[in-house]
Design a binder for this molecule. Structure first.
Ligand code: SF4
Length: 375
């Protein structure tokens, strides 16, 4: 890392951690807000990096990492005094700040702390809370107490209900997919393959639409980090032209290698394909070469596909919630955008083809043979 400075971005990550993204995602209009109705939170500065900096007491780092992107915050005054937590990360700020419209940084720190204590993922919990507020608002969900946007206390209450499966929390503890099925409110739900999405609206970053649709574990940003492609300015971000698909594949493949090596995603600008191959050779003596590593990754992805197929997932699950095809959001320049269904479907088909899978996303026999996989 010392020999590979990555410039001011690294410096800013060290200073602010992932909350740095709160500013950028709002200014570029991809910050999911009001349970996926908007892509901009008017009060974002109240939960942004500069606000957070007032509460940071020290940096936190994984072993030996010079970036130290973690931030330990402490709330010393007010209603949430005594809260001490590592975070909130960008995703937590989006999930409770954007989706639930909470503009109170100490309250989000408190929610983060509660989720950590109860073992709840903050992306999922924030989505569940946003879904519950929306369903309650539309009369689809009954609750022992009112659930409203911009009301941190009702969300704190909801976290407790979910954690202990009390009252309305018993239904919501199943996650957005099952809760929306039970409430007959599928049209409101935002999830893919049962996973609630992170803080990148796929209508304003449409590489993420492809990512959420194709990721083997559902709406996950980490599998292929397609926002890096969308934000690169190299390909139209408000669409999914076929030229985006090889970029998706390349990211997915490289990050499969990252995961095999347990490398942090923030090292993505350091470890390109060539460096990965050289590092593995230096560490193990095994010379995979770049092509060999790509084959390893293809095998990982194909095995994971076979696993999902065996669990009952189908090509129809490689898609996005209906709302992203039908509900427009206003982005930069006042432009209104949705994900174009036809474009997404063509991109998914192209992905299958490039992976050596058939039209239904089932790996072809010759692909399995080439990869040495016995079905
Ligand atoms: S390894 Fe990654 S997650 Fe851990 S402190 Fe460094 S940059 Fe942050």
């Amino acid at each position: 890392m010392k020999r590979d400075p990555v410039g001011t971005l690294a410096e800013n990550y060290r200073k602010y951690g992932t909350p740095l993204m709160v500013e950028r995602s709002n200014l570029m209009k991809f910050f999911p807000t009001s349970y996926w109705h908007l892509v901009y939170f008017e009060r974002f500065e109240k939960i942004g990096p500069k606000e957070m900096a007032k509460y940071v007491v020290s940096n936190r780092a994984c072993w030996n990492c010079p970036l130290a992107c973690g931030k330990l915050v402490e709330i010393k005054d007010g209603k949430y005094a005594g809260t001490r937590v590592e975070g909130p990360e960008y995703e937590t700020l989006f999930a409770f700040g954007g989706l639930c419209e909470i503009d109170d940084f100490p309250a989000i720190a408190k929610l983060n702390d509660l989720c950590d204590m109860y073992g709840l993922d903050t992306i999922t919990m924030g989505n569940v809370a946003g879904f519950a507020i929306e369903a309650y608002r539309l009369g689809k969900l009954k609750s022992e107490r009112p659930l409203e946007y911009s009301d941190p206390e009702s969300v704190i209450w909801l976290v407790e209900q979910v954690a202990f499966r009390k009252g309305v929390g018993d239904l919501l503890a199943e996650g957005v997919k099952k809760a929306s099925e039970n409430l007959n409110a599928r049209e409101l739900a935002v999830e893919t393959k049962g996973l609630e999405p992170p803080g990148y609206d796929p209508r304003s970053l449409q590489g993420m639409a492809l990512g959420y649709a194709l990721s083997d574990r559902g709406a996950c940003h980490l599998r292929a980090l397609m926002f890096t492609v969308d934000l690169s300015g190299e390909i139209e971000r408000y669409g999914i032209p076929l030229e985006k698909v090889p970029r998706y594949l390349d990211n997915e493949d490289r990050f499969n290698v990252f995961d095999c090596l347990m490398l942090c995603r923030f090292a993505r600008r350091i470890y390109d394909w060539d460096r990965l191959a050289r590092m593995i050779k230096a560490l193990t003596g095994i010379d995979y070469g770049v092509d060999g590593l790509r084959t390893v990754s293809q095998r990982v992805q194909t095995l994971s596909r076979l696993f999902n197929l065996r669990c009952g997932f189908k090509a129809e699950d490689d898609t996005r919630p209906k709302r992203f095809f039908e509900e427009e959001v206003e982005v930069e320049g006042g432009r209104k955008v949705v994900v174009r269904r036809q474009e997404l479907e063509s991109a998914v088909k192209e992905y299958y083809r490039l992976r050596g899978w058939d039209e239904k996303g089932v790996p072809l026999e010759q692909t399995l043979k080439k990869l040495g996989i016995t079905p």
